[in-house]
Write a protein that binds this ligand. Structure first.
Ligand code: HC1
Ligand code: SF4
Length: 573
């Protein structure tokens, strides 16, 4: 530990701390725009300036290491003026249409302009003119709002291992985007949206599809069915100022009913169905020398990453469709037949924490009934907007349940939304199927936690099953490289495209860098899902009575011919 003096007070900090980290620990909110801990520490925005005794110039605190006896001043006139000047310079080349911006009230630039007391911009001049990139099915990029902080570039490269966006041109003409001015759809972007949730301003957002849903709801000929992903319930409350980690499952169901959906179903039901199909697929592969390791296939960002960057592993992917696609397919086949509704008149809306699901829903191969399994995907953020547009007072809604039959789910399915959850849910079922005995403990702590890669070995009958779990495509890459080189061997791997799993998906509510400093928002959302699991009476997928019913009435058994036709898919090399 070393001692530094910040604004007249001594503070003990570990030797590897930056001045920014030390100041924040001292309870001082230094403004930052480009800073993302461990990901983008570049000192580009020059807002975190501080005065250091003995130094002539002001220093960017985010890249300045602390040293013994350092004397730091964070609130002098010189510091305040310099920060204000730098912010004005950023604002002078920014499209300041705040009232119509997607990030109005959720913008880190807007908040800092207010906090630093900006009233005039002294340097109005020419602005960088670039067109908005709407080529992607998932993400819209507006360079007129970009402040060149580099957060998206670093996340795409360092966390996701994708690197399809970077700095282009020089000086005043510098912009961020794919090379040669290409659109995002023209490069190997995996649509994960991690660039979006890490953008401090409105330069990146999801492709909004709210109007398509209002149109369907207003069309009396359409039977409009909605489903919600596990992770949405752990974060939707943030859009309505609930503390991070508040579970709003019941209010969400109530809000969806008031928006006018004919049925409110739960993707969790299909997560249970996935466990049945994927669990038996794993057992088949283990028994019959099938392709191993088997790798989960729920995360469309990960699937696209695999198709582009690791096609040699495509045969390792489970052939299961992702749960929301399974549910869409079940709605337009089983549910349509049972209720005498023509699938062409059914409109399925999925509420997802994910931007890649927008791309996934458009994949032609996902159309078991002859029509797309899912018609429109909205993100958690978009659902928040719809609820506000409808004037629903979310805070005061009662808790309601999902609709029967496709709304019934278990604790196993809800943890799909956090890294390790699919693996744990699968183990709860596979272990009981293999041994024929009830598990004494159904929690598999080995696969819990937010580390990028987790490994475990679990005895299942005669074999010790070797497992690995990776979250973020960057970690998936590291894991797969080890497998390729023969340095590691597994039977079953879970991969989720986003760090932490779906709770931190590209469609989830924005969490500013400042809030992240004080709260582990990913862990809080994850814990909300574990709490919901614990609160459930039934916590294993194969014990879901509605899952048993759908096999009895329709699919026969897991991996049957019919199940394959409706619930499984293939991949593009
Ligand atoms: Fe996910 Fe999934 S868990 S992929 O993370 O398998 O998006 O939440 O809906 O489909 O169930 C996302 C979440 C989600 C699917 C399920
Ligand atoms: Fe990179 Fe993901 Fe953004 Fe595409 S969506 S640019 S892959 S971070």
């Amino acid at each position: 530990m070393i001692t530094v003096n910040i604004d007249g007070k001594d503070l003990q900090v570990p030797e590897n701390y930056t001045v920014l980290k030390a100041c924040r620990e001292a309870g001082i909110n230094i403004p930052t725009l480009c800073f993302l801990e461990g990901i983008n520490e570049v000192g580009a925005c020059r807002l975190c300036l501080v005065e250091v005794e003995g130094q002539r110039t002001l220093k960017a605190s985010c890249v300045l290491p602390t040293s013994e006896g350092m004397v730091i001043k964070t609130n002098t006139k010189r510091v305040r003026d310099a920060r204000k000047l730098n912010l004005e310079l950023i604002l002078s080349n920014h499209n300041r249409e705040c009232t119509t911006c997607d990030r109005n009230h959720k913008c880190e630039l807007q908040r800092l302009a207010e906090e630093l007391g900006i009233r005039d911009i002294r340097f109005e001049g020419a602005k960088t003119i670039r067109s908005v990139d709407t080529s992607s099915p998932s993400i819209v990029r507006d360079p007129t709002k970009c402040i060149l902080c580099g957060r998206c570039v670093s996340v795409c490269e360092k966390v996701q291992g994708v690197s399809v966006i970077g700095f282009r041109d020089r000086g005043f003409d510098t912009t961020v985007g794919p090379i040669f001015d290409k659109g995002l759809a023209e490069v190997a972007c995996i649509n994960c949206g991690q660039c979006v949730v890490n953008c401090p301003v409105g330069a990146l957002k999801e492709k909004e599809n709210i109007d398509l849903v209002w149109e369907a709801l207003d069309n009396p000929k359409k039977h409009v069915v909605v489903q919600t992903a596990p992770a949405v319930r752990a974060a939707l409350g943030e859009e309505f100022d609930f503390p991070i980690g508040t579970r709003v499952t019941g209010k969400m169901a109530a809000a969806l009913r008031r928006l006018g959906f004919d049925k409110v179903f739960d993707t969790d039901f299909a997560a249970d169905l996935t466990i049945m199909e994927e669990g038996y697929e794993l057992l088949n592969r283990l028994k019959n020398n099938g392709k191993l390791p088997m790798i989960t296939s729920c995360s469309p960002g990960w699937i696209k990453y695999c198709e582009h960057y690791h096609p040699e592993f495509l045969d390792n992917l489970s052939t299961c469709k992702s749960p929301h696609e399974m549910l869409g397919a079940v709605i337009k086949t089983y549910y349509a037949e049972k209720n005498g509704i023509d699938p062409k008149d059914i409109f399925v809306v999925s509420i997802m924490p994910c931007t890649a699901k927008k791309f996934e829903a458009k994949r032609e191969e996902l159309s078991a009934s002859g029509y797309q399994d899912v018609d429109v995907v909205l993100t958690t953020r978009e659902l928040g907007k719809m609820i506000k547009q409808a004037g629903i007072d979310f805070m005061r809604l009662p808790d309601e349940d999902f609709d029967e039959v496709l709304g019934e789910s278990t604790g196993a399915s809800v943890i799909f939304g956090v890294t390790g959850g699919v693996m744990e849910a699968a183990l709860r079922t596979v272990a009981e199927v293999v041994t024929g005995k009830k598990l004494e403990k159904i929690e598999f702590e080995e696969v819990r936690g937010l580390e990028g890669i987790k490994e475990a070995e679990i005895p299942l009958g005669d074999i010790n099953v070797k497992l690995a779990v990776a979250n973020s495509t960057g970690c998936a890459n590291a894991l797969l490289e080890k497998v390729k080189k023969g340095e590691a061997e597994y039977h079953f791997i879970e991969i989720m495209g986003c760090p932490g799993g779906c709770v931190n998906g590209g469609g989830q509510p924005f969490v500013s860098d400042l809030v992240r400093t004080n709260e582990n928002y990913i862990l809080k959302r994850a814990n909300a899902l574990y709490e919901e699991d614990e609160a459930k009476v039934i916590r294993k997928s194969h014990e879901n009575p509605m899952i048993q019913k759908i096999y009895e009435e329709y699919f026969g058994e897991p991996n049957s011919h019919k199940a394959h036709e409706i619930l499984h898919t293939h991949y593009v090399k």
